[in-house]
Design a protein around this ligand. Sequence first.
Ligand code: FE2
Ligand code: FE2
Length: 176
Amino acid sequence: MPDYDPTERLYQEHVQILAAIDQFRAQLEQKGNQNEIMHEIIPEILRFFRQYADQYHHAKEESELFPMLIDCENWVAADITQEMIDQHELFRGYTRDVEAAYEKSDYTECVKILLRYTNQLKDHIAVEDNELFPMVLDIFAEEELEKLYFKFDDVDRAFGQSQVDTLLQIPDKLSD
Ligand SMILES: [Fe+2]
Ligand SMILES: [Fe+2]
């Protein structure tokens, strides 16, 4: 294991996202037919996925890690990476679809899409954790990994720790 492991940081963010998914799914499954509650919580769920999962986490993968993998001349890694990029796009589409259904007050549709989305996001995370990240540690030299680790620091600083903390409180807030 390198001293500065950038994949460990992404892995820890996955842990947060997976915990949030479990909490959100419990709410959606138990209270999905209560319109007033759905009206309140769906915008918060969307905020978590758009800001934490996408702007904070996926952006780090897309802006720093994935370009290295596409260029690394390992076609298996490049292939999986392209699949991950396509899935990020698909996930963005889901959040737009949820928003459109929410604007029509079609909460049943919102719940349906969110359950599908979170299921697919869990699979996506499993592929990154179990297939892609081990390849990253295999392919790149320690100094490249270290460089990537510190690039992640820059991204995190730009995003702001207080913003991260606020977003991570959303799941508990909704489960009260
Ligand atoms: Fe990803
Ligand atoms: Fe990820």
